[in-house]
Design a protein. Structure first.
Length: 360
């Protein structure tokens, strides 16, 4: 990667060596991906910092080079992986703030071991993602895309058509965080009953929304016509929706995923739909992004696909961007941060305890 690729917000000309050195001496926040919302960008400027952006989906080596060149003290993580090697290349790095809530692209254990808090913008994009989950559901169940395609091709497919109501169906919420709760509220307005599973959520998260709490993931699957995924991707949840899990769902069900693609065994989902056990799916995320051009999902009209844009709205972008940036400046200034926003707080505490025991 050449130095001329580095860019600062609102500035697109190539940077020469003198300009590079000036930026490196300035107070900088590195954004791994596209521009921040103007409200977030103003907050950066008001705090006396500037932003530098990596290319979209930059790999760890590229992010490391940007950190070394800019001496950025904080990262707003949008795209690309921030791993131990990235952190070791930037001893000046003090905080990583996720532009959203999914941190599977950040090694939070490595961050904790280096004393770096990882922040999330809890709830900031919940409404946007929830609306998108319901849009995927309606598009899949009502077969909007194939019907639209047929009509544009000159086919009038009303004779013999038989649709389906979603009112009276049961939606299973895997995870009961802010996005799941927002999705559930909209679903209830459509006459959908709610069940859910989240071993970490308090009873109040279920009770306040009238969600029946299931004792296990398997129990929820057996009661679910529509499965909506809202849990983080971890070693425990990776490919949790596999062939065995899908077989537990009642015939004719749907899967909606606005969380992380790695939650689903994609080959198993394809097989379940091809066999007729499931009726379809609506997916905004994929195990590998972007998916390969020959991915089997593209050949299946029963699956509605969007490019991981559930939370990409003007309103959510402003809230998430401002929360992400504000969190960085709270950490840098020593101001208090809500504990629930520090996603690796327990790992940080454990790492500090280990260090203290060593020093003794």
């Amino acid at each position: 990667m050449g130095q001329s690729k580095i860019k600062e917000t609102k500035w697109r000309a190539p940077m020469g060596r003198d300009a590079m050195e000036t930026r490196a001496m300035s107070k900088t926040i590195l954004v791994t991906g596209p521009d921040l919302d103007p409200a977030a960008a103003r907050l950066v400027t008001e705090n006396g910092y500037s932003t530098v952006h990596t290319p979209a989906y930059a790999d760890s080596a590229v992010i490391s080079e940007y950190l070394q060149q800019t001496k950025a003290e904080g990262i707003v993580s949008r795209m690309g992986r921030v791993d131990a090697a990235v952190m070791d290349a930037a001893p000046q790095l003090k905080v990583i703030s996720k532009h959203g809530v999914g941190v599977d692209n950040i090694d939070i254990q490595a961050a904790a071991e280096r004393g770096i808090p990882v922040l999330v913008a809890t709830g900031a994009n919940a409404v946007s993602v929830a609306e998108h989950a319901i849009a995927l559901l309606l598009a899949a169940v009502k077969r909007i895309l194939p019907l639209d395609e047929g009509l544009r091709a000159g086919r009038w497919e009303k004779p013999g058509f038989s649709g389906r109501e979603i009112s009276g169906s049961t939606m299973g919420l895997m995870g009961m965080g802010a996005i799941a709760q927002a999705t559930g509220r909209i679903a209830k307005g459509l006459g959908i009953d709610l069940v859910g599973f989240d071993p970490y959520a308090p009873d109040s998260a279920f009770e306040n929304l009238g969600v029946t709490r299931c004792a296990s993931f398997e129990d929820m699957l057996e009661r679910t016509n529509i499965l909506s995924l809202h849990c983080p991707l971890t070693d425990q949840t990776r490919a949790i929706l596999n062939a065995e899990a899908l077989a537990r769902m009642p015939a004719g069900g749907y899967v909606i995923n606005t969380a992380r693609g790695g939650l689903i065994d994609e080959a198993a989902l394809v097989a379940a739909i091809q066999s007729g056990h499931l009726a379809g799916a609506g997916l905004d995320t994929f195990a590998s992004e972007p998916p390969a051009a020959d991915h089997p999902f593209f050949a299946m009209p029963e699956i509605v696909l969007t490019p991981h844009i559930g939370g990409v709205t003007r309103q959510a972008g402003a809230r998430v961007g401002v929360d992400a940036v504000r969190g960085i400046f709270q950490i840098l200034s020593g101001a208090p941060v809500a504990p629930e926003r520090i996603i690796n707080r327990k790992l940080l505490a454990a790492a500090q305890a280990d260090m203290a025991s060593v020093e003794k």
